[in-house]
Design a protein around this ligand. Structure first.
Ligand code: 5AD
Ligand code: SF4
Length: 485
């Protein structure tokens, strides 16, 4: 997407351009001058380390940030002992914030040893006023802070941080701007996330995301397809379409397009062999989407369909806009239409006012839907959300009891579902070498289950056929039957 020549051709004697992304390429070139200077003085290029907290959106953002750092000439480091350290933060639950504060303490020690080190923070947690105030008073050694809305300005902000001394804070309340055509460095050569929309309009009463990621904005189908085509041309075989609520994709476009319509367009791209997406809100999941998934050769047999609670009373208080019965009917319809699909979910335990009977309803839904996997979370109070102001917060011991009961059920259904694949032969995308046993490779099935099997690095990024032999609860040990592509 970007080559050395492009940056070298930029005339740095001119004022920076006003329009994007030209302005950011100008600042990448400026940073590169700084990097060259650093190399002359130190006999090596500067190193950069990015730590990502949170979801796939953040992982994708970090790939964009890495792309900009590499364009500027930084080398990627694999630890915080680097010249530039960036934490891309999450704030969906308080423990994510606490982890950042804990690691900032460690960074302070490293910066004392290497005073020219630059420390930057970005992402969702930075959109919270309280976090910024705390950093301003207790973590004075941080050099640069920016948020979720101006991430595309990273090159410009980096340059300012390299030039300036003192903390730079650039946080925007909101934006309707989507800047295209900036560089990105993929973690995996053969698979990639693709943003299709940003922000969320749902305001579930426990959730901070709409406040820190702003209102829903869809990217134009043209830009999404152009990116997917470029990725395919660059060897990507699997793409994951990313949005907080992909089912409401396209509603605010000048020429509205449904998510199912977008999927049909992406299906046509040669070279893309697998399509995934994340996350679906049950209230917006259309029959059209089920139909498209059912007939698709490329859309993976996996649907992440957050339940949050199985109690209609709690769902109403959560502002989820569906009942227990509506969710169950939807799950049943999906299982009937696409029998080999795996359904996964997110569940929160301990929402204000939740009783053990409400948890019984959640457990009942888990038993009926038989989730292939479920992420269970303990409710975390997020300042500024409606739920934080609710009076009937649940005592910790009651939450713990409900959480353990739920987890037990979730594990049982997940094991049962996984065991159903025993002896089957399925296609897997080979993603990495197994960490514990280097003679094994790890592949991902269309339904998102992992399988480990004998193989070597030459299989990386390939779609292979594997016989599933030993079920270990959430993963399989298998044997490769044939390699493909
Ligand atoms: N407390 C606990 N879990 C939460 N989630 C979102 N907000 C909170 C919160 N305040 C969970 C939801 C969501 C997932 C990404 O995080 O289950 O689907
Ligand atoms: Fe949060 Fe609800 Fe939006 Fe998901 S749909 S990001 S849970 S507000």
């Amino acid at each position: 997407m970007l080559n050395e020549l492009d940056l070298d051709q930029i005339n740095l004697c001119m004022e920076p351009p006003g329009e994007e992304p030209a302005r950011q390429y100008y600042f990448m070139a400026k940073c590169r001058e700084w990097v060259k200077d650093f190399e002359k003085k130190n006999g090596r290029p500067p190193s950069a380390f990015i730590q990502t907290f949170g979801c796939q959106m953040n992982a994708k953002d970090s790939e964009k940030l890495t792309g900009i750092l590499e364009a500027a000439g930084y080398r990627t480091a694999d630890s915080e002992e680097a010249d530039f350290v960036l934490y891309n933060t999450c704030t969906v639950r308080d423990n994510a914030n606490q982890r950042v504060y804990g690691r900032l303490g460690v960074l302070n020690g490293l910066k004392r040893k290497n005073p020219s080190m630059k420390i930057a923070l970005c992402g969702c947690m930075m959109q919270e006023t309280a976090a910024i105030e705390k950093i301003k008073t207790s973590y004075r050694f941080v050099d640069l802070i920016f948020g979720t809305h101006n991430i595309y300005k990273f090159a410009e902000l980096l340059y300012a941080a390299l030039e300036d001394h003192g903390m730079i804070i650039d946080i925007w309340e909101n934006t309707d701007q989507i800047v295209e055509k900036l560089p990105a460095k993929r973690k995996f050569p053969f698979k990639s996330g693709v943003n299709i929309m940003f922000g969320c309009n749902n305001f579930c009463s426990y959730c901070i995301v709409p406040y820190v990621r702003g209102r829903e904005r869809s990217r134009s189908p043209k830009d999404i397809i152009r990116e997917a085509e470029a990725l395919a041309a660059d060897g990507v075989v699997e793409i994951m379409l990313l949005g907080q609520n992909v089912n409401s994709y396209g509603k605010n476009l000048d020429e509205p397009m449904s998510f199912a319509g977008l999927l049909k367009e992406i299906e046509k791209i040669e070279g893309i062999k697998r399509i995934r997406f994340m996350t679906s809100h049950p209230k917006d999941l259309s029959d059209e989407l089920i139909e498209v998934m059912k007939h698709s050769k490329k859309i993976c047999r996996h649907l992440h369909l957050p339940l949050q609670s199985g109690s209609t009373k709690i769902l109403t208080a959560m502002n989820r806009k569906y009942t227990k019965e509506q969710y169950l009917a939807l799950a049943e319809k999906i299982r009937k239409e696409i029998p080999d699909i795996s359904i996964t979910t997110d569940i929160i335990v301990g929402f204000p006012g939740e009783t053990p009977e409400d948890v019984d309803h959640t457990i009942d839904v888990v038993k009926q839907v038989e989730y292939d996997n479920a992420f269970t979370f303990i409710y975390s109070k997020r300042t500024g959300t409606p739920a934080a102001a609710m009076e009937n917060q649940v005592p910790e011991d009651v939450v713990k009891e409900g959480f353990d009961r739920l987890l037990d059920t979730v594990q049982k259904t997940a094991k049962k579902r996984a065991a159903m694949l025993q002896g089957k032969t399925m296609e897997a995308l080979v993603e990495e070498k197994n960490e514990q046993d280097p003679t094994l490779m790890t592949g991902r099935l269309s339904n998102n289950i992992l399988v480990h099997f004998k193989g070597d690095d030459t299989l990386l990024g390939k779609l292979v056929t594997v016989r599933l032999e030993e079920c270990h609860g959430f993963y399989y040990i298998g044997t490769m039957v044939e390699g493909k592509n």
